[in-house]
Design a protein. Sequence first.
Length: 226
Amino acid sequence: MTMPRYTREVGRKFYADGTPHSFPGNTIICMLSPTQPLFQVASAFQAALGKTSVGAKFAFLPPASFHMTVMDLLCDQARDPAHWAHALPRESTMAEADAFVYARVQPLVPPAELVMRVVGIFYGNNLMLTLEPADEATRTALHTYRASVAAATGIRFPDHDTYGFHLSLAYRLIEVTPAEAQVLAKVCHNWGPALQAAGAALVLPPPQLCRFDDMSNFVPLETAGY
């Protein structure tokens, strides 16, 4: 019997059976409201892919956690100098890391509204909808806010200026066969137009500073007593 060839996400963000693995951190995100057309179409896309022969190779994220990451911050498993705040000791607990970013990010004024659009579907190690600003106002607001967060926290990843906005739908757990890759490509091709139409003018709420224990749930830090 051939053993599955697991991806790097097994033992990192997920267990082999697809349940979330501990992966604590904090981040700034815009949640996708269930009232948005994209929420419904993305959920249906997940369900359709899950019924195919390749669906079992993925861990699907719960729709309640659908979001666009505005800026990654501190992660327990990424404590190297390029991904950690210089002013915070690298041996700090994640509770201390949460308090550190809260004190510096909370006073900043986030954009009141961001309008994004779905560009396409990326299906490498993780399955995501690629996004881009739908207008110049959003592009400027994102750039300005991310720059202010970086200045306030001292967190500026190497890809800060090239970061690709996206909405993650699933993580691949097991390497796919050539036949499964064709199935995946076909499903993504078939659903692409509907996803782009539903996300042609995606209005997102103001970014929120959140903490997470794993990839299934994101909790605003302002509700966590900091």
